[in-house]
Ligand binder design. Sequence first.
Ligand SMILES: [Zn+2]
Length: 394
Amino acid sequence: MPTEATFILAGLFIVAAGLGWLFARYSVRNHGEPPPPPVNADYLRGLNFVLNRQTDDALELFMRMAKVDDDTLETHFALGHLFRRRGEVERAIRVHQNLLARPNLNESQRHQALFSLAQDYLGAGLFDRAEKLFSELRGSPTLGQAALENLVDIYERESDWTKAIEAHRELEVMTGEKSSQVAHYYCELAERARLSGNLDLARQYLKSSVRSETGAFRGTLIRAAIAQEEEDFAQALRLYEQVLETDQRLMVEVLPQLVACYEATNRQQELERYLERLIAKGDDVKKNLAFAVIINGLTAPPIFRDCVEAFILQHDVIATLIDTVHFSELPQANREQAILRITRGLRQLALSSARYRCTSCGYSTQRLIWHCPSCKAWETIRPIQAFQFERLVA
Ligand SMILES: [Zn+2]
């Protein structure tokens, strides 16, 4: 139902329109020109309906006013906008449909009414209707860009990546700016084709994903998965290692695949040598590796256990929970058992907490996703890489 503020604002529109008429009338008289027609009584009746909170009666009146008075057009747009903002989408739709029924709208006014109606449909969740109207406005000199931006939003919601690419291409021509989003759309199509078993089609889409740095990065991951599926393990390893050398934040995702590829080719010792080379590049590598080992419950090769042990002994909280001196003096077999127990506990803790968070809006999730469902940003979701101990006492 309309709120009091709706009525007050609607009243203000009518009063403003009435004052405009009076001002015009007064100005004209002072210049000795013929007086305009008498004041439209509908303004006063409309104000009365609004003040008495008779919204539907007021609406009917506004619609009749629009048929006779061009000056009320902006009042209608403002009122429709207000209804939509208040969640009264059906009323907003009626206002804008009524405007569109006027035969004497010029092109700009018609486009504005179409755009407003499309926004109403969007607000009501009627995406197919909104899409149809925004599509009509693609070529509008004033609203073409905004219409295309809304179309991109609709196609993203519907995961219609082919149409999203088309709309974005048009936007790029219009604005002269290249967007990295399109590369992600191609990655989405490639991933879909890969999952349906059409690897050739997936490869075709991936050719277009290299148009941006982020798309190329994600594309490399999909290429690696395709190579692994085709049992081209040498190629898969080359691509997975390329991902880790570019950005280690995906260690949690990549490490199990790396282990599987080395095991499939019976080259476990080479895996250890590769990881040793990686660790030698920086302190963070060991921590990222330990985290990936714990989350994925990996036990071999022995370098994994060494990384986890170092992680446990250096961790601010975990190290205080165990007697590190006693722990270090334990026989090898007992120490390994203790590490396994702690690893299992940490894994359970990590899997029951959010593991990824959007750097843009704070949305958190358990799995890696590239498109934030909350703020709609692309590639803003990052691994948290920390154990949330507060959950132990929650
Ligand atoms: Zn977000």
